[in-house]
Design a protein around this ligand. Structure first.
Ligand code: NAD
Ligand code: ISE
Length: 335
């Protein structure tokens, strides 16, 4: 029987994951949806035969036919829903960030350890992007030698009205915190944030762009340009510089046209376009692993580490200077 999934939060990402499970991936069906906005939940449920609509995550988890949970509510709501899913011992895919700060992420880490087995895959979907996967595979061969530096660019067309300067780190750079840890197989030990004069296109009081520097326990540096009101497109690029060579991804050169004395191409406008394949792969991998009774992909440890890095980053942004990342010892469950 297909895996019955309850999708919690039916906003932009949640509704897209409902579509994905219904129309793109195989092996699962959307059994229930939840949103604090009852009308939104009903409207999304109406797109799927037999899908029930709820306003309370716990009610959906207890509903007939629900075997697994996909959390796509805003980050601050994740902790309560994760703990409820643990009470039902249900497998979870939790959109990034695991939680918005290190203390809440640590509570989730401790709760999963009390369960005694991994239950959660965290939604760091870049690990499933074909370009990122190729870069990771190349680094794993060791052909390029030891990684010395990683340069990341992360640009959004425009930020939503609720976006704060801290969210450039905790909501956006969270992806580079994970990508850096995963690509280099290093932990991030310290964060520095530099603040250029904000762009005239940034909303009032928003520190946009920012330049973030991560130091790692493997002696590498990873820098991130985060610019969430660049205006022209959605770009995520990475270049790794190693002892014997470099490799880069995200240049969007899939189609280059020559016409009327000019050459060029198009730039994606948002993450749903740029990372469509990554989301499809991420959800299919989660469904397949869950049906085999396994948990793979980014773990609660990865979610916790990214939250701790981002919390240090937010302090570095606010206070200036270099802020060290304090991680608890890695529990056996995640080794
Ligand atoms: P959104 O605001 O469009 O949707 C969130 C939905 O959750 C809304 O419909 C809201 O009413 C509902 N909601 C709020 N609190 C809730 C609760 N306690 N229980 C149930 N529903 C609740 O936000 P979004 O852009 O879809 O983001 C959702 C999550 O996905 C966030 O964690 C965000 O960081 C993440 N996200 C990930 C990516 C990615 O690239 N992986 C991209 C965008 C967003
Ligand atoms: C958003 O929440 C995402 O996760 C996107 O991938 C990222 O590019 C964007 O900056 C975030 O706000």
């Amino acid at each position: 029987a297909p895996l019955g999934v309850a999708v919690i939060g039916t906003g932009r990402m949640g509704a897209d994951h409902v579509r994905r499970i219904h129309e793109v991936t195989s092996g699962a069906r959307v059994a229930a949806v939840v949103d604090v906005d009852a009308e939104r939940a009903k409207a999304v449920a109406a797109r799927v035969d037999g899908c029930t609509a709820h306003t309370d995550p716990a009610a959906a988890m207890a509903a007939a036919g629900v075997d697994a949970v996909l959390i796509a509510s805003p980050g601050p709501a994740h902790e309560a829903t994760l703990l409820a899913a643990f009470e039902h011992d249900l497998p979870v895919l939790c959109e990034k960030p695991l939680t918005p700060d290190a203390a809440s992420a640590l509570r989730v880490l401790e709760a999963e350890q009390r369960l005694g087995h991994r239950r959660v895959q965290v939604g760091f979907m870049r690990r499933y992007d074909p370009e990122y996967a190729k870069l990771k595979a190349l680094l794993t061969t060791g052909q390029l030698g030891r990684p010395l530096m990683l340069h990341n660019r992360h640009r959004n067309v425009a930020s939503p009205p609720f976006f704060t300067s801290s969210m450039l780190i905790s909501d956006s750079v969270a992806h580079e915190a994970d990508a850096t840890r995963w690509l280099l197989d290093h932990e991030i030990t310290a964060v520095t944030v530099l603040r250029p004069t904000p762009s005239a296109s940034a909303p009032d009081a928003l520190q946009d762009p920012q330049f973030v520097v991560f130091e790692t326990d493997g002696g590498a540096l990873s820098d991130v340009e985060i610019f969430v009101n660049c205006g022209f497109g959605y770009q995520v690029q990475a270049e790794v510089v190693c002892e014997r060579g470099t490799a880069r991804i995200g240049d969007d050169h899939a189609l280059v046209t020559n016409m009327a004395g000019r050459w060029g191409g198009t730039i994606a406008q948002d993450w749903t376009e740029r990372f469509e394949t990554a989301y499809d792969q991420e959800i299919q991998t989660w469904i397949d692993a869950t049906r085999r009774g396994e948990v793979t992909g980014p773990s609660v440890w990865d979610g916790y580490a990214a939250a701790a890095v981002c919390e240090a980053g937010v302090r570095a942004l606010q206070d200036g200077g270099r802020v060290e990342v304090a991680l608890v010892e890695k529990p056996t469950l995640y080794r």
